[in-house]
Design a protein around this ligand. Structure first.
Ligand code: HEC
Ligand code: HEC
Ligand code: HEC
Ligand code: HEC
Ligand code: HEC
Ligand code: HEC
Ligand code: HEC
Ligand code: HEC
Length: 412
């Protein structure tokens, strides 16, 4: 082979490589593989710029265990499977972060969360199956029967768009189906940049959603001995203790998380709070859950870390008494309203007559509150926000029903 042809071959090869390089460089970054060097440099670059723009974001991150363990900005912000990509100052980031950006490193926890009512059932409580894939519905139904396969809540139609978006969704989107095929968010309890167990263990974190007359858990907790002790001794507790080795020496006063999620004294952390619940207390008439005995045993085991069996059994016996009595009271009220419908005295869609609201408030506010109060140490909620208004509304229902029957000439 002559020198000439070798020279031409080398020139052509070089030209091809150069062309490929230039073409590749012209492609948007979004289309190119994420360079691993970027992962290494990311935190420095992202932080340098964003510390000037939003100091708080970078500062919160710097306080996290993630920062101490070398998890950098891009490891969360890079597009996870199924996410839209966006060029961003020399990096490729995702336009929207979801539980999908955490599961890569916390898959086991994501799977537990998926089984919980904080996932698909929370969303389905508003919109029913809409937005969920059949696979997601089937999966959730295996663990939470009736939680997902149901129609949208009547308030979706009645109250409409903005009330749903700025109201219901703010709490129930903890289980929203995401465009990338995942469900929900982890940041409702951990925040975006602290990824903190301390924050997740604070009652005020759960109280973002668990409050108000229909689920007064924070109000009940605050008046309970546990809440009083937390208020008094919060600064003595080691709220940062690693979950895997958390003991009652770190937290000798329980918060919501201790009873419902923590793995105190080796019991094992769970992201499915249903595991320790034996009744469906949020229902109008509360029935036992399929895992009644196992769930009750698990919760009692948590109590046992700080109490003797006599006290625990007394609480459960008394609370189960309240469940039974509340069921009877709600049933009486329910019979009044269904009787009116059966006899044609009450017509029209749900929530079209004043009496519908009296009945709804009776079980949804008073009934629930008395049951929750009984299990979690809220005497005032069992009585003055529970049984007393239930009694009052029952009288009101009876009188409204008699009046309606008189109007329709169907007096009993
Ligand atoms: C040279 C400065 C600079 C660098 C480097 C930088 N950003 Fe940004 N970033 C910005 C500015 C400015 C905005 C405001 C909106 C925009 O321009 O997209 C922003 C916006 C964002 C947003 C909000 C995006 C949205 O659409 O709401 C996120 C998330 C973000 N940056 C993360 C990162 C991450 C992660 C890195 C590192 C991988 C990074 N940034 C690197 C300047 C920078
Ligand atoms: C543990 C995962 C994680 C890490 C690590 C992380 N972020 Fe974020 N960041 C998030 C999540 C989740 C959001 C919310 C994004 C959304 O809603 O789509 C977010 C939002 C942001 C936003 C938008 C904030 C706003 O309120 O508008 C910026 C800017 C940002 N991150 C920058 C950074 C920078 C810079 C770093 C590193 C110093 C970083 N992030 C590290 C998870 C993380
Ligand atoms: C690149 C992997 C990675 C990603 C992505 C990631 N984490 Fe982590 N996370 C870790 C590591 C590593 C630890 C430390 C584990 C340890 O030391 O036990 C950790 C610890 C945690 C902790 C415990 C903190 C503590 O104080 O004990 C929480 C909570 C957490 N991550 C939440 C999240 C959330 C929420 C997201 C998504 C927004 C996320 N993580 C994304 C790797 C990751
Ligand atoms: C302040 C936060 C918040 C708002 C706003 C909110 N919810 Fe809820 N919702 C909760 C919490 C927390 C529970 C769990 C109650 C329990 O288990 O005691 C719940 C329970 C429910 C339940 C019963 C559980 C189930 O899956 O059947 C339904 C139904 C429901 N909500 C529908 C709605 C609808 C519809 C709206 C708007 C009209 C709404 N919620 C607004 C926080 C909220
Ligand atoms: C972003 C809002 C939100 C936050 C924050 C939140 N929850 Fe919930 N939680 C809900 C909703 C909505 C439901 C009702 C889901 C359903 O059944 O439809 C619920 C249900 C529950 C249930 C009942 C589950 C069942 O099987 O009936 C428990 C227990 C619970 N949450 C505990 C907690 C604890 C403990 C925390 C704090 C560590 C917390 N939640 C934080 C919204 C929230
Ligand atoms: C309802 C609130 C809530 C939600 C939602 C939530 N967590 Fe947690 N998470 C907690 C609590 C509370 C703890 C601490 C338990 C304890 O006290 O030991 C925790 C602990 C953790 C830990 C440390 C566990 C360990 O064994 O070291 C990680 C990691 C974590 N969560 C990741 C996630 C991820 C990922 C998601 C989303 C899939 C998520 N969390 C959603 C409340 C929540
Ligand atoms: C001392 C332990 C303890 C503490 C602290 C505690 N709970 Fe509970 N919680 C219980 C018990 C016990 C039940 C009833 C369990 C059952 O059904 O067997 C319950 C029931 C519930 C339910 C009802 C679920 C349903 O069936 O509708 C929710 C929601 C809830 N708790 C949330 C919270 C929140 C939020 C906090 C903090 C503000 C909290 N709990 C504090 C022990 C506790
Ligand atoms: C992490 C420890 C801890 C756990 C777990 C715990 N408690 Fe407590 N509890 C306390 C402390 C501390 C007090 C206040 C004791 C005192 O007055 O000295 C208390 C007080 C009480 C009281 C009031 C006693 C009285 O007569 O004043 C009741 C009732 C109670 N707890 C029930 C329960 C039940 C039921 C559970 C489980 C569902 C539970 N506790 C879980 C620590 C705990």
């Amino acid at each position: 082979m002559s020198f000439r042809s070798v020279f031409i071959a080398v020139v052509i090869a070089f030209a091809l490589i150069l062309a490929a390089f230039l073409l590749n460089r012209a492609r948007p970054k979004v289309e190119i593989e994420q360079p691993s060097a970027a992962l290494v440099q990311a935190t420095g670059k992202c932080a340098e710029c964003h510390a000037r723009l939003q100091y708080s974001v970078v500062h919160e991150y710097e306080m996290s265990l993630h920062a101490r363990k070398g998890v950098n900005c891009l490891e969360c912000h890079q597009p996870a499977a199924g996410q839209e990509k966006k060029d961003h100052h020399g990096f490729v980031i995702s336009t929207k972060l979801t539980a999908g950006n955490c599961r890569g490193c916390h898959e086991g926890i994501y799977q537990q969360f998926l089984r919980s009512r904080h996932a698909a059932p929370a969303w389905a409580a508003i919109y029913g199956e809409k937005g969920l894939t059949p696979e997601q519905v089937n999966f959730s139904e295996t663990y939470q029967p009736g939680g997902t396969r149901r129609p949208p809540h009547p308030f979706v139609q009645m109250e409409g768009g903005s009330a749903m978006t700025s109201g219901c969704e703010q709490c129930h989107s903890v289980g929203k189906p995401n465009a990338d095929g995942t469900i929900g968010t982890c940041t409702a309890c951990h925040t975006r940049h602290t990824s903190s167990v301390r924050i997740a263990r604070l009652p005020s974190t759960c109280a973002q959603c668990h409050m108000g007359p229909d689920h007064s858990q924070i109000e009940i907790y605050e008046e309970s001995k546990h809440g009083v002790m937390f208020q008094a001794q919060e600064r003595l507790l080691n709220l940062d203790a690693p979950p895997k080795t958390l003991t009652t020496r770190d937290m000798f006063v329980p918060t919501c998380a201790t009873c419902h999620m923590s793995g105190i004294d080796g019991l094992g952390v769970t992201h499915d709070p249903s595991e320790r619940l034996s009744y469906y207390l949020a229902n109008a008439i509360s029935v036992k859950r399929p895992n009644y005995a196992a769930a009750q045993a698990k919760m009692k085991q948590v109590c046992t870390q700080c109490h003797t069996p006599a006290l625990i059994d007394r609480v459960y016996t008394q609370a189960e008494g309240v469940v039974q009595k509340t069921n009877e009271r709600v049933k009486t009220a329910q019979d009044i309203v269904t009787g009116l419908r059966k006899d044609g005295v009450l017509t029209g869609p749900p929530f079209s007559q004043p009496i519908d609201f009296v009945y709804f408030d009776l079980w949804h506010y008073d009934g629930r509150t008395s049951k929750h109060g009984a299990f979690m140490g809220g005497a005032d909620f069992v009585q003055w926000h529970g049984n007393y208004p239930m009694m009052q509304r029952t009288v009101e229902l009876q009188s409204m029903a008699a009046e309606l029957r008189r109007e329709h000439g169907k007096a009993k």
